[in-house]
Design a protein around this ligand. Structure first.
Ligand SMILES: Nc1ncnc2c1ncn2[C@@H]1O[C@H](COP(=O)(O)OP(=O)(O)O)[C@@H](O)[C@H]1O
Ligand SMILES: O=P(O)(O)OC[C@H](O)CO
Length: 504
């Protein structure tokens, strides 16, 4: 076997997968494993980083086995990862000092509110492109330093390291030799300056995070080091936050190209080119990718916290469905939502509202409501939330999208695809290969390793799958969107101050 194969590891919120690609972008083999969601209190979400590292090794071994190849056949490996989720560990033992705090975790809301009331409040939006919200890594690091005994002193002495999942995986893959992050992951910490692409001293001191524990920020596609163990000798040549990896995998290389990924949450991202575009309408300014020494490419993002997680909630929380695919059958068992509107503010509302004090609401309940209506309300909530961020994007960028490229686990749902077309009023395009997160990590890794010569070669390899266009008269029009927006207003401000302190 020639060394033209590339492996990608996608470490997501609910599962980790590995895929092996050939130079035509065809998947030769893959493997996937879920990990535990630890929910110690309402609003708190944790992962065991040691368990995740074990899953990474298992899926890599399984992916290679299913592809019928060895590590020696790989030209490179690339990593895509759930962003913001925060690990702090002791490099002497390789053990985390606490479970990882997951991006959905809301425990740092009081801290964010305190910082937002302080003198440095505007610096974060101006310098990092992000609102002060519990979503991002900075407040999570601060929480760990404040709550794990002795952690702050040890971090200041450089005896503890911080990383998002890219950093944790690269550190482990290299046997503890390499402590780096990529610029897309660093852009989600509230600690990186968007223009210098380095840690921002002002943000660090306002957040109370010592620089000694932070990884070096590198580009998204370059050689970080060589792996040992399960990927013995393979160069690690890409790391991207999973949403940026999907942007790359959808070949949104030029300004004006956009994608929306539907997994646990949904993330609409628009490539805005070589200048960061500040948002006045509740979006994030973030780094899309940076290839080696080339200038960074920026993006505007609308992050939605809960979409696919609602399907999971119907399955695991309520027992309404037995498997994710059943939500479509259940939703199709009724002609419409029966007047039900679900605002899934399980972690407050992210873009474009950034309302930490909102909580979920099921509005319009009558005795007529059945499980089928709930299934529809869940799917429609994904479409309405996308509409909110798409409208904000048009205001911020002056650009009206005519077509949206979609991907992620939830796009297997054809009914949802039609709902998106109807609610957004645009063409929805699903590629043949919907695992674009893995594909993007593989593209970036393969570019750095010379498997593909340039972006044009990647663009030419894109394979179209299916498309949906708006169908008038489906009952998903202006009136339904207005009702959803009305329900959003009811969900806001639900938490009282003492609830926030209790972390509910
Ligand atoms: N047919 C479906 N309809 C609706 N939701 C689905 C469907 N299939 C999977 N999902 C949801 O999509 C998510 C899985 O997508 P994935 O892209 O693997 O997510 P992540 O990367 O966030 O772990 C799960 O939350 C699951 O509940
Ligand atoms: O792992 P996913 O696909 O749920 O994506 C999570 C995002 O990166 C959070 O910002």
């Amino acid at each position: 076997m020639s060394q033209r194969l590339v492996a990608a590891i996608d470490q997501g919120t609910t599962s980790t997968r590995c895929m092996v690609f050939d130079a035509a972008g065809t998947v030769l083999g893959s493997h996937q494993r879920e990990h535990r969601q630890l929910l110690p209190r309402p609003g708190w979400v944790e992962h065991d980083a040691v368990e995740i590292w074990a899953r990474v090794q298992e899926v890599v071994a399984g992916g290679l086995r299913n592809a019928g190849v060895d590590a020696a056949d790989l030209a490179a490996v690339g990593i895509a990862n759930q962003r913001e989720t925060t690990v702090v560990w002791d490099p002497a033992t390789g053990r985390p000092v606490h479970n990882a705090l997951v991006w959905q975790d809301t425990r740092t809301e009081p801290l964010c509110a305190e910082l937002a009331a302080g003198p440095g409040r505007d610096r974060f939006a101006r310098d990092t492109g992000l609102p002060l919200a519990s979503y991002f890594s900075g407040p999570k690091i601060r929480w760990l330093l404040d709550h794990v005994p002795g952690a702050r002193e040890r971090a200041e002495r450089g005896e503890l390291l911080f990383g998002t999942l890219d950093t944790w995986i690269i550190w482990n893959l290299t046997g503890g030799a390499v402590h780096v992050t990529d610029v897309t992951n660093a852009s989600r910490t509230l600690l990186m300056n968007l223009r210098t692409l380095d840690w921002d001293e002002g943000a660090l001191s306002a957040m109370g995070v010592p620089r000694a524990m932070l990884p070096e920020i590198r580009s998204s596609a370059e050689v970080y080091g060589r792996a040992c163990g399960v990927l013995e000798g393979v160069p690690i040549t890409a790391a991207l936050g999973d949403q940026q990896a999907a942007l790359f995998g959808q070949a949104c290389f030029s300004a004006g190209e956009a994608k929306s990924t539907y997994g646990t949450g949904a993330f609409l991202m628009l490539n805005t080119g070589r200048e960061p575009v500040p948002s006045a309408h509740g979006l994030l300014t973030t780094v899309g990718f940076r290839l080696g020494g080339e200038p960074a490419v920026y993006a505007l993002e609308g992050s939605i916290a809960n979409t696919g997680s609602l399907t999971r909630w119907l399955r695991d929380g309520l027992g309404v469905i037995g498997g994710a695919a059943e939500i479509e059958t259940l939703a199709r068992s009724v002609p419409d939502n029966g007047g039900l509107y679900l605002v899934p503010a399980f972690s407050g509302l992210f873009a474009p509202h950034w309302s930490p004090d909102a909580r979920g609401i099921l509005a319009g309940l009558t005795g007529f409501a059945r499980h089928g209506h709930l299934a529809r309300a869940v799917l429609e909530a994904t479409a309405y939330q996308t509409r909110e961020v798409m409208d904000a994007m048009a205001l911020d960028s002056g650009l009206r999208l005519e077509s949206l490229r979609v991907d992620g686990g939830m796009t297997a749902n054809d009914l949802l695809m039609q709902m998106l077309a109807d609610v957004l009023g645009v063409r929805i395009a699903r590629p043949e290969m919907t695992e674009t997160t893995c594909l993007g990590a593989a593209y970036a890794a393969g570019l750095a390793a010379g498997v593909w010569p340039d972006l044009d070669a990647l663009r030419a390899g894109r394979r179209h799958g299916a498309a949906w266009t708006p169908e008038p008269g489906t009952g998903l029009g202006a009136r339904q969107y207005r009702k959803y927006r009305k329900a959003v207003e009811l969900a806001k401000g639900w938490l009282d101050e003492d609830d926030v302190i209790e972390g509910i």
